[in-house]
Design a protein around this ligand. Structure first.
Ligand code: ARG
Ligand code: ZN
Length: 451
C-alpha cells in the first residue's frame, strides 16, 4: 500500500498542466477530512490508494487514525470522485484551499514587481529564490565582517556549494556552538525565510540587546539557511510542492531522498520507506546523501562544543524533542521540555500563536533517521525540531504576509532557548545582577564563617 501510494503520488504530480516545465495545480483543492471510525480510516486509505492524492497530514496512509484530522491535496481530476466517496461513507470534510494554483499565484509577487526588493535593500517579507539567498549571504558577511563569516560545508548532489554563516564575537575565550539549519524539506519555504530573518535580527540588535550581548560572549551561532539546496531550487523552477533532495535512484527512475530520514540515528527502522518513489524514502543507507554527510561530518568534528542543535521545518506549530524513532524519553527530557515550554510561552506572547511541546514520537509521529535524533544520540544535549506555522489553513503554501509574524514569534522562541542553554552552561556569566548576588552570597558566607 505504501508503495503504490508513492507511485501514484509521483504520477499525479509529474503530469504537467500547462506549457513549460513548471507544474501547475489548477483546480486542485486541499481538504480537511475527519475520519470518526476505523471503517472511515479503511475507506480513506483505499481512496488514497486509488485516487491521485497527496497527503499533507499525516504523510502516510498507514498513519491515518480515527479522530485525527487529515489534510489532503486532491488533484482537480479526482475531486468529484473523492467528495462522492466521502459523502457516500458519511465522512465529514471541509475545503481548506479552494484552488491551490490560485493560492500559489497570489502568494508570488510578479517578477520585477516592487514587492521584490525594497529601497533599503533586501526584503525579509518575501520568499527568495536560491540565487538571491546566495547573494544575500555574500552581502551579509561583507557588510558585517566584524561579526559574520561565511564557510563552506560541502557540495550538494547537483554540485552546488553549501555554505553556513558563523556569527561570532571575537574573543580569546573558547566558545560553545548553537547550530541551526533551515530548508531540509524543499517546499517548507517559511523555514529558509526564518533563518535569514534570524540572522538579520541578531545583526540589528546585538549591540543594544543585553540578552544577545550576553550569550554572544559564550556562544557562537552557526546558521545553514538552506540545507536541501537542490530541492529548494526544484520547488521554485518545477514543482512547488517538492519535498526531498534530487538524487537519482534505480537508474533514474525515481528521484529524491527525504534528508530528514537519512541521518545515522536508528536509520531505516521506522516511519520511513525504502522505496525511492516515496515521499519519505530514507536513502540507500545512513548518510547516503552528500547533503546529510556534509552536515554530519561537520557536527561530528565539533560535537563536544555543540550545545544546541535546531532544525527548522513547517508546518504544524510544534517544538519537538527527541526521540522520533522510539517512545523512550531522552535522559535530559526534563530540561529539554522546560526550555521548550519557556520558548512556547514567549512565542505565544508575541501574536497569540499556540505551539505544542513534546517528544516527536508522542506528539506527532514516529520516524527514524532525523537529524534531531541523531544530534542528540551523538551527545548534543539540546536538540529540537521546530514546525512553524500554520496548522493547515495554508500548510506548505503559507502566504508571504505571514512571514513577518511567523519570524517574529519564532525569533522570540529561539532566543529563549539559547538563553536557557547559555544560563545552564555558563551560570555565572549571565547578567550583571548575577555578579551582584554573588557578592551578596560571599559576604553572607564571610559573616557566617566569622560568627
Ligand atoms: N515538516 C514536517 C515533515 O515533513 C511536517 C510534519 C508534520 N506536519 C504535517 N503537515 N504532516 O516531516
Ligand atoms: Zn519538514
Amino acid at each position: 500500500m505504501k508503495l503504490s501510494l508513492g507511485v501514484f503520488c509521483l504520477l499525479g504530480i509529474l503530469i504537467p498542466g500547462r506549457i513549460g516545465l513548471r507544474l501547475h495545480y489548477d483546480g486542485d483543492q486541499v481538504l480537511r477530512v475527519l475520519p470518526q471510525t476505523s471503517e472511515h480510516v479503511k475507506q480513506l486509505q483505499q481512496l488514497c490508494d486509488t485516487l491521485l492524492l497527496d497527503l499533507w497530514k499525516p504523510l502516510l496512509p498507514e498513519d491515518i487514525q480515527a479522530g485525527e484530522e487529515l489534510h489532503i491535496r486532491v488533484p482537480a481530476s479526482s475531486l468529484q470522485e473523492l467528495k462522492g466517496g466521502l459523502n457516500q461513507h458519511l465522512i465529514s470534510y471541509a475545503v481548506l484551499i479552494r484552488d491551490v494554483q490560485e493560492q500559489l499565484d497570489s502568494s508570488m509577487p510578479r517578477e520585477g514587481s516592487s514587492h521584490w526588493r525594497v529601497p533599503e535593500g533586501y526584503s525579509y517579507n518575501v520568499y527568495h529564490p536560491m540565487e538571491e539567498i546566495y547573494h544575500w549571504m555574500y552581502q551579509i558577511k561583507e557588510s558585517n565582517s566584524e561579526l559574520v563569516t561565511q564557510h563552506y560545508l560541502g557540495m550538494t548532489y547537483e554540485n552546488r556549494p553549501m555554505y553556513y554563516l558563523k556569527i561570532s564575537q571575537p574573543s580569546n575565550k573558547a566558545k560553545k556552538i548553537i547550530w541551526m539549519d533551515c530548508g531540509i524539506h524543499a517546499r517548507e519555504w517559511i523555514s529558509p525565510a526564518f533563518c535569514q530573518w534570524f540572522v538579520k535580527e541578531i545583526l540589528q540588535n546585538y549591540k543594544t540587546d543585553p540578552k544577545i550581548k550576553s550569550f554572544l560572549q559564550n556562544l557562537d551561532v552557526y546558521i545553514l539557511p538552506v540545507l536541501n539546496i537542490d530541492g529548494y531550487i526544484y520547488s521554485w523552477t518545477t514543482e512547488r510542492l517538492w519535498r526531498k533532495s534530487r538524487s537519482a535512484h534505480v537508474n533514474g527512475t525515481c528521484f529524491g531522498t527525504d534528508l530528514n530520514r537519512n541521518f545515522n540515528g536508528s536509520w531505516g527502522s521506522i516511519g520511513v520507506s525504502h522505496n525511492c518513489s516515496s515521499l519519505i524514502f530514507c536513502g540507500t543507507g545512513p548518510e547516503s546523501e552528500p547533503e546529510t554527510k556534509a552536515v554530519a561530518r561537520f557536527i561530528e568534528k565539533r560535537k563536544s562544543d555543540v550545545l544546541c542543535f535546531l532544525t527548522i521545518h513547517s508546518y504544524g506549530q510544534y517544538i519537538l524533542t527527541p526521540y522520533g524513532y522510539k517512545t523512550d524519553l531522552a535522559s535530559n527530557h526534563q530540561d529539554l521540555v522546560e526550555a521548550a515550554e519557556k520558548a512556547a510561552v514567549a512565542l505565544k506572547e508575541k501574536h497569540g500563536t499556540n505551539f505544542t511541546v513534546g517528544p516527536t514520537s508522542l506528539v506527532l509521529y514516529k520516524n527514524s533517521g532525523s537529524s534531531r535524533d541523531w544530534a542528540h544520540m551523538i551527545g548534543i544535549p539540546f536538540s529540537y525540531t521546530f514546525e512553524l506555522r500554520d496548522k493547515g489553513a495554508y500548510g506548505f503554501i503559507l502566504p508571504p504576509d505571514q512571514i513577518q509574524p511567523t519570524c517574529e514569534e519564532t525569533t522570540t522562541a529561539v532566543m529563549t532557548i539559547i538563553e536557557y542553554v547559555n544560563q545552564k552552561h555558563f551560570p555565572n556569566s549571565a547578567v550583571a545582577v548575577t555578579s551582584g548576588s554573588l557578592w551578596l552570597w560571599l559576604s553572607v558566607l564571610f559573616t557566617w564563617t566569622l560568627s
